[in-house]
Ligand binder design. Structure first.
Ligand code: NMX
Ligand code: MLT
Length: 438
């Protein structure tokens, strides 16, 4: 057993009695109130899921296992001379709650390396897609195809105990995560480089290897690390995390669950917003014909979008009520490495003009930028201008958080998710009974 799996096994043993006690002895304690607004309004802010992997405070932003993003970037081990920590170290943290040592990270790198070879049929699945297919659909299908490799499915059929479900789920997760960079880079090569992908280098960590496979040089390795780490998790209620958890709750394997979460991430109100930002800005750039817009021109462009009944991509959030710290990390990086970039000038100006406009517009509860307002611009700077591809990068990162969650779901024996629904008539009857009928 790898030392990560051993450590996880100990953590699970320690944690199980806490969950059991809450359920058995305090199961009746009320946590939240279910109002009609919450039922019809997409369960916004309804406290109805449990995860220890990350927590999102509306003012402060995300914490992974209790650590803020600046702490994660400072404390996790980094390759020599790099700004960004190892993605492998982040996975160790998400799974165990502990900051790993260099040696522990080294073991995870080795584990991923051993599992990174992609079966030939996955390349065939990717190749079978017409080259104008959406990258996220190809990504989802490639992951889905891997379901035949599931160790969990084999063990389940062999009749293992529920208490051991997490062990083969862990193996599936490691096998899948190890392959995602290759899948992502191959999709990129197929769609935009005539299928000519640079070979992976097994000596490298995941961030450097991904940069290599994308045909990029330093600091793109740091950008990959930063990107995968920033997107890894955002507690459990967002569409991708919730989908992964929900599908896995029926004991569907990791591949089915992560493919499903990718499908949720591919919507423009969720992960796809990062490419929407670039599509939207391209429209403006074309109109500007090589000039950077003045603040007044930018304001007009924002108002035109709102007046056309569209949302401003990359702004607003269902939970956050301040600038997303993931945006702030990317902004700091851009200020350091590409402050003169024309597209950065656009993004920077949007940061100034959009929040007051959204406030004046009066609809969005949160006028501030989210992670997606910045991420595409950085990819663009390094020549990855095919913005339809950006959400695949988000998806690779997000898979680290969701697989960690699914392993823990299985370890803590969380049951099938199955909320109850009501009819509209039933809601109207409830209103009558509450004395609020007209
Ligand atoms: N531009 C214009 N209107 C907005 C925006 C925005 N950026 N954000 C929210 N609104 C509107 C929203 O459409 C709704 O309108 P109406 O009253 O007409 O139905 C109203 O403001 C209230 O929405 P909120 O309660 O503030 O936001 P909600 O929790 O429903 O949705 C988002 C959250 C993220 C879906 C929403 O802010 C949005 O559509 N943002 C733009 C898309 C985006 O950036 N998505 C990425 C989110 C992060 N991620 O990676 O997933
Ligand atoms: C995410 O990273 O999942 C998004 O910010 C959406 C969310 O948290 O609701």
């Amino acid at each position: 057993m790898s030392s990560l799996k051993q450590k996880l096994s100990e953590k699970i043993k320690e944690h199980r009695p806490r969950t059991l006690k809450l359920m058995k002895e305090h199961g009746d304690v009320t946590v939240d109130e279910v109002t009609i607004a919450k039922l019809i309004g997409g369960m916004r802010s309804l406290k109805s899921l449990v995860t220890d992997i990350s927590y999102l405070d509306p003012q402060e932003g995300i914490r992974y296992r209790g650590y803020t993003l600046p702490e994660v970037f400072e404390l996790l081990p980094k390759p020599e001379g790099s700004e960004g920590p190892y993605v492998e170290g982040l996975f160790y943290l998400l799974l165990t709650g502990d900051i790993p040592t260099e040696e522990e990270v080294g073991e995870v790198i080795d584990e991923f390396r051993k599992r990174s070879v992609l079966p030939g049929y996955v390349y065939e699945v990717i190749d079978a897609f017409p080259s104008d297919s959406p990258p996220m659909s190809i990504f989802s299908a490639a992951i889905l195809a891997l379901s035949r490799e599931s160790q969990f499915n084999q063990q389940y059929l062999a009749g293992i105990s529920k208490k051991d479900y997490w062990k083969s789920t862990f193996e599936d997760a490691m096998n899948l995560l190890a392959k995602l960079p290759e899948i992502g880079a191959y999709i990129y090569a197929k769609l935009y480089k005539n299928g000519q992908k640079v070979l992976s280098d097994p000596k490298l960590d995941m961030g450097s290897n991904f940069a290599q496979m994308m045909g990029q040089k330093s600091p793109y390795d740091d950008i990959s690390r930063m990107y995968f780490i920033l997107h890894a998790d955002h507690e459990s209620g967002n569409v991708s995390a919730h989908t992964g958890h929900l599908v896995a709750s029926s004991l569907s394997d990791i591949y089915l669950s992560i493919s499903a979460m990718i499908n949720g991430l591919a919507g423009p109100l969720h992960g796809l917003a990062n490419q929407e930002v670039l599509r939207w800005l391209q429209d403006l750039m074309n109109k500007m014909d090589g000039k950077v817009p003045s603040e007044e021109e930018m304001k007009q462009f924002v108002w035109d979008t709102l007046n056309a009944g569209q949302v401003i991509p990359g702004f607003g959030h269902a939970v956050l009520r301040k600038t997303d710290p993931r945006y702030a990390v990317q902004r700091d990086f851009a200020l350091k490495h590409m402050a003169q970039d024309e597209l950065f000038q656009y993004v920077d100006m949007l940061y100034k003009v959009v929040p007051p406009i959204l406030q004046e517009h009066g609809h969005a509860k949160n006028p501030w930028p989210n992670v997606d307002a910045h991420s595409g611009m950085i990819q663009w700077h390094y020549g990855i201008t095919e913005y339809e591809f950006y959400t695949v990068l988000f998806g690779i990162g997000r898979a680290f958080g969701i697989t960690a969650n699914i392993i823990w779901d299985r370890a803590l024996l969380y049951p099938l998710e199955r909320p109850k629904s009501l009819t509209t008539q039933m809601l109207e009857d409830i209103v009558q009974k509450a004395g609020q009928g007209t």
